[in-house]
Design a protein around this ligand. Structure first.
Ligand SMILES: C[S@@+](CC[C@H](N)C(=O)[O-])C[C@H]1O[C@@H](n2cnc3c(N)ncnc32)[C@H](O)[C@@H]1O
Length: 252
């Protein structure tokens, strides 16, 4: 059996009771550490809390060398932990299909996801979000323009855009809101587009999340603090959305 378990957003206490029971009952516990992370808990702390040895998994362990996971699931109870919800903004649906190819039973135990937490923190309505996009760290001459293309397409339809920020786990590098805004502003400049308003959110799910709405300049000067960070580029605001951002995100 392979059980996908979403751990929620911040630390070891965010997992559901059902998820915790499945971890305690597991023979093997894997933790995927490259699509998102629990910034409030180290692996050691998770191990102490869940009472299990945890094997961290990097991208190649899941996307190329998944046999270790699938073997453990074929011959025992394996759990595959992910920060947030397991199948949101990740590649894990492929792993579930490969498990099914080997007649391994699978199930999902859901966790809170950043994709829904942003609605509560920003007041932006879930049904008004269009396609989401990721901003990767530029590499050499590689400077992808996909983020501004997706944002522009959503803006044409009057839809909000959720913008995930890159994680380079091997370097413990997490993109900050100010870095992402610099990249998005450069992309906008190249295609003669304008992003009039951003909403930045840091550490959703923690006791002290930061939420701030404003122009590119305000995003650069506001101190969002430690990771993880995420951005929203809002469409035209409804009255209630505007009022919520004024009350809870410092929108002027
Ligand atoms: C690719 S998504 C994975 C989403 C995850 N599976 C989920 O359901 O929450 C990871 C990105 O979402 C954002 N993110 C995830 N958790 C966050 C949090 N607690 N606070 C702020 N941003 C977060 C960051 O930009 C991070 O790089």
């Amino acid at each position: 059996m392979l059980t996908f378990i979403g751990l929620g957003l911040f630390d070891e206490s965010d997992v559901s009771v059902r998820g915790m029971d499945a971890i305690r009952y597991a023979d093997t516990v894997f933790l995927e550490v490259y699509t998102s992370v629990l910034t409030g808990a180290s692996i050691e702390r998770l191990e102490a809390c869940y009472g299990k040895k945890i094997t961290p998994l990097y991208r190649e362990d899941v996307e190329i060398h998944a046999d270790k996971i699938l073997d453990a699931a074929e011959f025992g109870n394996a759990v595959f932990l992910t920060a947030g919800d397991s199948m949101i903004a990740t590649t894990h649906s492929d792993l579930r299909i490969r498990a099914a190819d080997r007649n391994i039973q699978t199930k999902i135990i859901h966790g809170a996801s950043i994709t829904t937490a942003v609605c509560g923190l920003s007041g932006l309505q879930n049904y008004r979000f269009g396609k989401s996009v990721s901003v990767p760290f530029p590499y050499g001459k590689w400077f992808p323009m996909t983020p501004i293309e997706v944002i522009s397409a959503n803006q044409k339809e009057n839809l909000h855009t959720l913008v995930f920020l890159d994680i380079q786990k091997d370097k413990e590098r997490y993109m900050k809101i100010s870095e992402a805004v610099d990249l998005l502003e450069e992309q906008a400049r190249r295609v003669d587009a304008k992003i009039p308003l951003y909403v930045g959110i840091a550490r959703a799910g923690s006791p002290e999340p930061a939420v701030h709405a404003g122009s590119a300049e305000e995003m650069r000067s506001f101190d969002f603090g430690s990771p993880l960070h995420i951005l929203i580029v809002p469409a035209k605001l409804h009255d209630i959305e505007r009022e919520y951002l004024e009350r809870f995100a410092g929108l002027c």
